[in-house]
Design a protein around this ligand. Structure first.
Ligand code: ADP
Ligand code: MN
Ligand code: MN
Ligand code: MN
Length: 364
């Protein structure tokens, strides 16, 4: 049960006083990690008595996992804290079992290994995170009994009668920029209260780290607005619209003159491994994308691979400007909003650059 809105806004006002209290050299570091379900984030804060200059100055710490065993939080990337401001930090951590024998949550470290193997290609990524905002009552943000919230708006819409939640999108992007998360841009999406932000352009493992931190900051901003951001692919069953997390990808060769042939070669490889990609492109081994990729509402087919230039209901798109320039990047539109970027990037690179040979036996 949530507090009444007027009580919550009093909390926010009172909080200002305490956050303005003078403090010494101490630095509050919030450790952030991805839960074992690979969807939810967790965090806890501790005080350091000197401001860390880099990730190596931040000590490991501990947490308890769902099965009550102890796990070690190993800091991997440091950001500024946009909520309590400098010198406080947000630190993304990997989860490792306390004996350091096996990684509990090793998708990141496996991705690091693969990114090291393909370093010479200079792989760049950009991901487009879509999400839908809900009130604490569980209803879509801006819901009214007249029910215009299910009406299909159009992406990039402007106007209070066409969208809801711009404050949250704006504050989220600014908070990310303060933190040092590479926000590329943002826009209103097709559905009332549906938004998108893009993270990129990032090289290698940076992509996954920045996207997870951007998601963490989104949930924190939403706490302040007393709303909830859903990364479910289709939280509103009656609606055609769904949420994805397109991934844009290029190598040095693809970005250079004549790069289109390398883009086309990568797409040929992707076409041979469609089902292998779909089982790692959402949080539930393909089940979420089965709900999402229906071929309707600007999505492609779950069952068949497709590609085209400047066309949006395909698995993989070559943007129009890339085709005209003859070089650039490709866009894989299949990853779902709740995907794990480490898994998506790794599979993409394995198929496109490391010549994964096991082709699909049959269609999904
Ligand atoms: P869309 O037209 O599909 O909606 P967006 O403008 O939302 O595209 O997002 C574009 C994404 O492409 C951004 O995340 C950006 O970082 C990424 N991007 C741009 N250039 C490259 C590149 N050369 N390689 C990889 N990603 C790129
Ligand atoms: Mn986009
Ligand atoms: Mn979009
Ligand atoms: Mn896109």
């Amino acid at each position: 049960m949530s507090l009444l809105p007027e009580i919550l806004s009093r909390h926010k006002m009172v909080r200002k006083h305490y956050l303005s209290l003078q403090k010494g050299e101490e630095c509050q570091v919030t450790y952030v990690w991805v839960n074992e379900d690979r969807q939810n984030l967790q965090s806890k804060t501790r005080t350091l008595y000197n401001e860390p200059a880099g990730i190596r100055d931040i000590p490991e710490w501990y947490a308890t996992s769902a099965d009550h065993t102890e796990v070690t939080l190993v800091p991997v990337r440091m950001f500024r804290d946009p909520f309590t401001l400098d010198p406080d930090k947000l630190v993304l951590c990997e989860l490792v079992n306390s004996k350091h024998i096996s990684k509990v949550n090793n998708r990141r470290s496996q991705c690091v290994t693969v990114m090291d193997e393909v370093k010479q290609f200079q792989p760049w990524f950009g991901m487009e995170q879509e999400y839908i905002l809900f009130g604490l009552d569980g209803k879509q943000l801006g819901w009214s009994p007249e029910g215009n919230q299910l009406q299909r708006a159009c992406s990039n819409a402007v106007g209070a009668n066409k969208l809801c939640g711009r404050d949250i999108s704006m504050c989220h992007c600014r908070a990310c920029l303060y933190a040092g998360v590479k926000i590329f841009g943002s826009n209103a999406e097709d559905l009332w209260s549906q938004w998108e932000f893009q993270v990129g352009t990032c090289e290698g493992i940076e992509m996954g780290d920045h996207l997870w931190m951007a998601r963490y900051i989104l949930h924190r901003v939403c706490e302040d607005f007393e709303v909830v951001a859903s990364l479910d692919v289709k939280p509103i069953k009656e609606s055609l619209q769904s949420s994805g997390c397109h991934i844009n990808f290029s190598t040095k060769e693809m970005r250079s003159e004549g790069g289109l042939q390398y883009i086309e070669e990568a797409i040929r490889n992707l076409s041979k491994h469609h089902s292998q990609h779909l089982i790692v492109y959402d949080a539930n081994v393909g089940l979420d994308n089965k709900r999402r990729l229906t071929g309707k509402g600007c999505t492609s087919s779950f069952h068949h691979f497709s590609t085209a230039v400047a066309c949006r209901n395909v698995s993989v798109r070559i943007p129009g400007h890339v085709s005209r320039m003859g070089c650039g990047y490709l866009e894989d539109r299949r990853p779902a909003a709740n995907c794990d970027p480490y898994l998506v990037m790794r599979t993409l690179v394995e198929t496109c650059l490391l010549g994964a040979t096991d082709e699909d036996d049959e269609e999904v």
